[in-house]
Design a protein around this ligand. Structure first.
Ligand code: IPD
Ligand code: CA
Length: 320
């Protein structure tokens, strides 16, 4: 696809995210004026509301009207049984509401996440958080940007020049509790949390004792915070391509690096394919993203690989 074609999709995606954002805010007002309910998907921690479905229908309709040849993968369409494999077709990967639990509780970390994959490469990413009126946007080769009420003109990401990160002990890290709370999952997850946070001199063998931990409840916004440089690293097993696709582009364009499973991270940090998000990685449901550490590409790669290797010493994976 030529540059004009990509620019057209990018501009449309930004406009669409703002429109979807208005629908999310309206949906929230309606919910709180009528005490609307929500449905559980697989358990009481996995929620869906009427607004998730209405926003996805809106976004899907607008895309198919403007770009009838493009494919669409969305969380709610997938939940309704529609499946589409990622191939060479231009594919929109959309989560109408990332952070549905936040949406239900009026915790403002809720966003629409719109990613576009072109020739199997995540190429366009738009994440809009309507309750904070904050837009993150990125396009392959063009950088990524954030705009908000405090800074209406888009600011390039990361927001400040990358600072050194020599050791996980200096890191602010995000991970999430997710909705899979089965014993075999939770025990592994808690063991990872323990190693990431624990004090090795205080009796936690293998503890990396990161500086702090955050769980904001939205994978897409975690990616955007790493892109911005205000989170150092985010790791999660269990989220989906629609939660991360837009965030991948925004993060990579800000000098951040994305890897998939522990296996993939090991191969990627040893070989030449570092920070290459193939369809297998994008749909692999295991993700780590680490912020830009240096403006020099070779030094940045090296520093990111060093922290990733240290981080993965804490991780014992499970199958989501
Ligand atoms: C979820 C959020 C959450 C993450 C889950 C996702 P949803 O998406 O991103 O932070 O922990 O893995 O599924 O259900 O709100 O769209
Ligand atoms: Ca969702």
């Amino acid at each position: 696809m030529d540059e004009a074609g990509i620019n057209e999709i990018y501009a449309f995606a930004i406009e669409l995210a703002r429109k979807a954002g208005r629908a999310i805010v309206d949906g929230s007002s309606r919910r709180f004026s009528s005490a609307a309910g929500f449905d559980h998907k697989k358990n009481t921690a996995d929620l869906v509301t009427e607004t998730d479905q209405a926003v996805e229908a809106l976004v899907k309709r607008e895309i198919s009207t403007r770009f009838p040849d493009h494919a669409f993968i969305g969380e709610e369409s997938w939940a309704a049984g529609e499946e589409h494999a990622l191939d060479n077709q231009v594919t929109w990967i959309v989560d109408p509401i990332d952070g549905t639990t936040n949406f239900v509780h009026a915790f403002p970390y809720t966003c629409i996440s719109i990613g576009v994959v072109i020739n199997s490469v995540p190429t366009i990413g738009v994440v809009f958080a309507p309750f904070m009126d904050t837009m993150y946007q990125g396009c392959l080769g063009k950088g990524s940007f954030m705009s908000s009420p405090h800074h209406p003109a888009p600011r390039r990401l990361p927001l400040v020049d990358p600072t050194p990160l020599d050791d996980l002990r200096q890191a602010l890290v995000a991970f999430e509790w997710g909705s899979d709370r089965r014993v075999e999952v939770l025990e592994r997850k808690l063991d990872c949390f323990r190693k990431i946070t624990g004090d090795p001199e205080g009796g936690i063998a293998g503890g990396k004792m990161v500086q702090g931990v955050r769980s904001v409840g939205s994978a897409a916004l975690n990616f955007c915070h790493v892109a911005s440089g205000n989170l150092d690293l985010y790791w999660e097993i269990g989220c989906w391509a629609w939660d991360v696709c837009a965030g991948v582009v925004i993060a990579q364009e800000a000098g951040a690096a994305v890897v998939g499973s522990k296996d993939h991270a090991e191969r990627a940090t040893k070989g030449d394919e570092f920070n290459v998000v193939t369809p297998a990685v994008l749909t692999g449901r295991k993700y780590t993203v680490i912020r830009a550490i240096d403006t020099d590409k070779a030094k940045n790669d090296q520093a990111q690989k060093h922290i990733l290797n240290e981080f993965y010493q804490c991780i014992t994976e499970w199958d989501p």
